[in-house]
Every structure is written in C-alpha cells, then in structure tokens.
Design a protein around this ligand. Sequence first.
Ligand code: NAD
Length: 266
Amino acid sequence: MLISLKGQVALVTGASSGLGAGAARGLAACGAAVVVNYHSQPEPAQNLVDEIRAAGGQAIAVGADVSKEDEVDKLLAATLKAFGRLDILIANSGLQKDAPITELSLEDWNTVINVNLTGQFLCARAALRQFAKQEIRPDISRALGKIIHMSSVHQVIPWAGHVNYAASKGGVDLLMRSIAQEVGEQRIRVNSIAPGAIRTAINTKATSGDAEKDLLKLIPYGRVGEAQDVANAVVWLASDASDYVHGATLFIDGGMSLYPEFRNNG
Ligand code: NAD
C-alpha cells in the first residue's frame, strides 16, 4: 500500500536530530507539510527544512521548549500561521539525565519528567484543542487528528540508574492510553511508539564499540535499530493504513522487550 499524507500538517517535536528528524523526513516524503520543532539547535533544524523543501516538500523550523506551556502555545500558533491546520502530532522530544538513585538530584529528576512527560502532555493538549476546532476532512484522512507519543521499551522494562527516564516513559504509557480512551469518539487516534536501541545521539555510547556487543545480547533480532526503522512506523501510524489502531503501543525494538535473558531456558 502506498501511503499518502498529502494535505495534512504534521508537527514533530525535537526534530532537529535522531528519531524526530527521521520522522519529519518520512512524513514529508509522504506529502505532509512538516513543522520541525527544535529546542536549542536552530541550524540542524533549518538544514532539515532546506532538505525537505529541496525535495519538493513543505516545512518550517520553529524553536520551543516543550516543557513550557507558553512556548508550546507559540509552537501551535506558528504551525497554524504557516499551514492553517494541524493533523498529526509526533510528541518525540526527550532526554536522559542518568544517575544511581541515591545520587540523582531533584533537578535532574524534574528536568526529565518536565520534558519527557509534562512536555508530552502539553503538546498533546495543544493538539487536541486545535483538532476540536477543525472538521474531519475525508479527502485527506478518516480521522480528525492523530497523536503519536514517542515512548520507550522502558515504559515496561525497569532501568536501574535511569529511574527518572523509566518513570517518565511509564507515565507516557498511561498518559497515551488515558487520552486515547477520552478522545477516541471524536475520531482522534492516539498511539505510542516504544523504540528499543536505535542509533541516535541519545545513546551514542551504548551503540558503539564494545558496548554495542553487550547491547546486542539484549536484542534477539541481532542488530541495533536505525532512525528509519522508527520513521517507517511513524508514517504508518500517522496514516489511514492504521485507521483501526488506537490506544496501542508499537514496540520497534528487534525484540528487546521479549526478555531475551530467558531465551536459553532462563
Ligand atoms: P536525540 O537526543 O537525538 O533527540 C531528542 C530530541 O529532543 C533532541 O532534538 C532535543 O533537542 C529534543 N529536546 C530535548 N529537550 C527538549 C525540550 N525541552 N523541548 C523541545 N525539544 C527538546 O535522541 P532520540 O533518540 O532521537 O530521542 C527521541 C525520542 O525517542 C526521545 O523521547 C527518546 O526518549 C526516545 N527513545 C529513543 C531511543 C533510542 O534508542 N534512540 C529509545 C527509546 C526511546
């Protein structure tokens, strides 16, 4: 099936790098106009916009901190000013501040929760408020709007030394499913993607050299993921090809969440 997102507007947070950049590229390649949100790096965001435009697509770059209510409001305003509507939100921004629990500062706890969980709440709420002002356009999609939360395998796999991150992603799971339960009858689809180990800036150490060999022991499919693996899933979940998928988490992890330690009888 060929996927077309023509006529639709997608907002991707944290799109100046990694999975967000991959998602923005994938959505633009299917015809969506894309808002490339960045936090602190305007240059890569603008480069991505230039790349999308050079390929014949539509895109703008907009700076905003997703953990700040007023900045998220401005992000939505910029989206509407440029493209007049919003159809797809990819709530992707996220970060890690790792430390053993006894050394984890309140500041680092708060930073991770504020970006990874509160940021997803603020962006989803802003998108839902906008969807409510729009009508379903059957010519572009069967849904009034689509939200995809970027979660992690750590919404189910506990992660020692990363309790703030794991707690934030566990929170994203119930945030997503509760929103999905609340807004489904408005024909708004809400889902999550839970990546495993994907080669991006967030995990450069874990995906290179000897560390990669250890990491591969945790991946039954035997390879580290690439941003394209996640982008493919984003595009599908954003399209009508997944129109009956709602409140689901799609694990893109080469089987990392299959408890591979048990593959040789535990
Ligand atoms: P990344 O570091 O390349 O991307 C994270 C993005 O979030 C960056 O562009 C960063 O600028 C942005 N960001 C950080 N704070 C922000 C803020 N306050 N406001 C707006 N944007 C902000 O890493 P990535 O791997 O592409 O991560 C993207 C998402 O995927 C994250 O939510 C991460 O938790 C999730 N994830 C990644 C992996 C992986 O293996 N790469 C695995 C599971 C989940």
